[in-house]
Design a protein around this ligand. Structure first.
Ligand SMILES: Nc1ncnc2c1ncn2[C@@H]1O[C@H](COP(=O)(O)OP(=O)(O)OP(=O)(O)O)[C@@H](O)[C@H]1O
Length: 147
């Protein structure tokens, strides 16, 4: 260990999760905490609600257009990806706020900006996927309705 370096946390504390205030001891408890996280993100994060709305519209449109199962699965996967990224972004925001509170810190900015960038990239990719799968059958349906 180099001089001046902080003492490492004992391994048993890390492996036994002794640093956690509480540990979920059942599958049901883990599921309950996970749904509480999703609920928190839905209530507090406007972007999360927008993603849920756009994702529901894309899935509804896919169903209305009788999209093949594989295409529906790809759309569902990209929606899930964006929502999961939004949840990770929210988690990072919370950890940053917990660490620096209302102080400005360059590293806090980098962490938050990069997390937000990850969501943006995921959202753009899923938009491209959804549009390329939905637009062609939508145009066919519209032209057959109008013509
Ligand atoms: N403690 C901080 N130090 C430096 N910059 C910060 C700090 N807190 C927030 N910021 C800056 O303000 C921006 C907005 O902060 P916020 O906490 O709303 O995160 P966000 O990722 O933009 O939120 P959302 O994803 O909900 O839009 C961050 O992206 C970052 O650039």
């Amino acid at each position: 260990m180099s001089p001046g370096a902080p003492n490492p946390t004992p391994k048993n504390k890390v492996y036994d999760r002794q640093l956690s205030w509480q540990v979920a001891h059942s599958l049901w408890a883990s599921f309950r905490y996970a749904t509480q996280g999703i609920r928190y993100a839905f209530i507090t994060q406007r972007n999360f609600r927008i993603h849920v709305l756009i994702g529901s519209i894309a899935l509804g449109l896919g169903l209305a257009l009788n999209l093949e199962a594989v295409k529906m699965a790809v759309i569902a996967l990209t929606i899930g990806l964006v929502l999961a990224l939004e949840l990770i972004n929210t988690a990072i925001e919370s950890v940053v706020d917990l660490t620096v509170e209302q102080q400005y810190h360059d590293l806090a900015k980098i962490a938050k900006d990069c997390a937000a960038g990850a969501v943006l990239i995921g959202a753009l990719a899923s938009l491209i996927v959804a549009l390329s799968l939905l637009i062609p059958p939508l145009l066919i349906r519209l032209t057959s309705l109008l013509g």
